[in-house]
Structure formats: structure tokens, C-alpha cells
Design a protein around this ligand. Structure first.
Ligand SMILES: [Zn+2]
Length: 252
């Protein structure tokens, strides 16, 4: 199925609660983002990105459905900065890389990669309590994720257990890049500082966030809606944690 970035932009622009804008350039397109917040004092600043890799559509879809649906219920406590699709040219072509053959998620410090420049510029002067970057893995047989938090207060074990109970199996990690790292617990890996100048989520976490979460859904093993549901588990558990909905509000 041909994916159209124009459809993504239409859905961004249709969001009543959001201010949408071009955040900068991307290959072949302007990169659209949005912010939404109500009048909450001292809101939890949350950054959400999807579609860094163009062949990982569940991240884009999960972000858009979150904004169109249950995301609004968090506006009492949260201010969201969101880029649903970081890599429009890759999204339209169905390729991991952008239209110039560049892997944005290996090139955060590369000035030749226009999406990386846009993301870096967007982060300047900003600080987020929580950042999500939603990905997929075509070799995975189930869900897994990466996470880092400044005080090591990780939510990944709870996210993984909930996905396992409610959505689908956890990846055996034999087939994926994640298998190169040592898991913290089943399906949970740390965000490695060595990726800080290459990977977007590592860059975003180490430069500008207290807590980073990067879910990976199996893009060939599960249908789209199942993968979207797994991303939503991660968003819901983390946002519930920080907004006190599960009775364990963080002191930070
Ligand atoms: Zn990816």
C-alpha cells in the first residue's frame, strides 16, 4: 500500500486541540510537527516522535491515533511536542532510509542529513521529562523496547509484561540488533550512550530528557493494529505513571 505523507499532514492539521507547524526541513517535504497543551501549570513536557525509519508505519499510526484518541485525556497534566513522521520521503517510499539513502537514526550529528539538523534545532533550549520514539523491527518475532531514565526508575518491565499479557509475545531477540546488547530483563534493553551522536532517541535522551522510551514492534510478524496497540501500551503506562493515574505519582 502506497503511504502518503499528505495524509499524515491532513490528520495533523485536523487535530482540534493542537497547534501544528512546519518544524523544519526534511528530504523532499517540510517536516510537520505539533504541540498541544491546555492551561495546566508546570505541565509534564513530553516529546513523541514516529517514522524515523520510513518502513516502520506502526509508529506513525500509533502517534496519530494517540493524538486523535486517548492522548487528549492527558492534557490536564501534560504538554506534548510531537512529530508523527520524521522521515516523510522514506515513509512514502516504504524505505528505512530517507530519499537520499541516509539512515537518520545513524546520523544525528551529520550536518548533511537534513532531518537530523531539523531535530537537533528543535531540541535547542528544550527539556523534556519524557521522550518516546516509536520504532519497528522487521526481523523481530515479538515486542521489545529500549529505555533509560536518569535515576534508573525504569518502567520497561511493566510495559513488557502488559504487552505480553494483552497484545502479543515478546521477541526472543535472537534475530534482532537488540540481541547484541545484554537485556536488562525480558524484552528490555538500555539506551546505549555510544549511540548518542548517531541514534535519535539516544541523542534526544542524553541531550534533553529525563526519561527515554523506544518501543519496537514486529512489523512482519503482527498486523498493523496489533503493533499500534503495543505502542499504546508503552505510552499509556508511562503517562499514567507520571500523571498519577496508577497511584504512584513520581516525585520528580
Ligand atoms: Zn526504526
Amino acid at each position: 500500500m502506497q503511504q502518503s505523507y499528505a495524509d499524515v499532514v491532513d490528520r495533523i492539521q485536523a487535530l482540534d486541540a493542537a497547534d501544528c507547524e512546519i518544524v523544519g526541513a526534511a528530504t523532499g517535504h517540510p517536516m510537520w510537527g505539533l504541540s498541544c497543551a491546555n492551561s495546566a501549570q508546570d505541565p509534564l513536557e513530553v516529546l513523541i516522535t514516529g517514522g524515523v525509519h520510513g518502513d516502520e508505519p506502526a509508529g506513525v499510526e500509533a502517534v496519530l491515533q494517540f493524538l486523535e484518541g486517548f492522548g487528549a485525556t492527558y492534557l490536564e497534566h501534560c504538554a506534548f511536542t510531537v512529530i508523527p513522521c520524521v522521515n516523510p520521503s522514506g515513509y512514502e517510499a516504504g524505505t528505512r532510509d530517507n530519499g537520499k539513502g541516509q539512515d537518520i537514526n545513524r546520523a544525528m550529528s551529520d550536518d548533511e542529513v537534513v532531518e537530523s539538523v531539523t531535530l537537533r534545532r528543535m531540541l535547542q533550549g528544550r527539556h523534556f521529562e519524557l521522550c518516546f520514539d516509536l520504532h519497528e523491527d522487521y526481523e523481530a518475532t515479538g515486542f521489545y523496547m529500549y529505555e533509560a531514565q536518569r535515576d534508573d526508575r525504569l518502567l520497561g518491565a511493566q510495559i513488557v509484561a502488559t504487552v505480553k499479557a494483552d497484545v502479543g509475545p515478546i521477541d526472543s531477540d535472537e534475530n534482532t540488533d537488540a540481541g547484541l546488547d545484554t537485556p536488562i530483563s525480558e524484552g528490555l534493553f538500555g539506551i546505549n550512550p555510544k549511540w548518542r551522536h548517531k541514534g535519535w532517541s539516544a541523542y534526544g535522551y542524553f541531550e534533553a530528557a529525563e526519561h527515554g522510551i523506544l518501543p519496537e514492534t514486529p512489523s512482519t510478524a503482527w498486523p498493523l493494529e496489533q503493533r499500534v496497540a503495543a505502542h499504546h501500551v508503552a505510552l499509556r503506562i508511562a503517562l499514567d505513571h507520571y500523571t498519577g493515574r496508577n497511584g504512584r505519582r513520581s516525585e520528580s
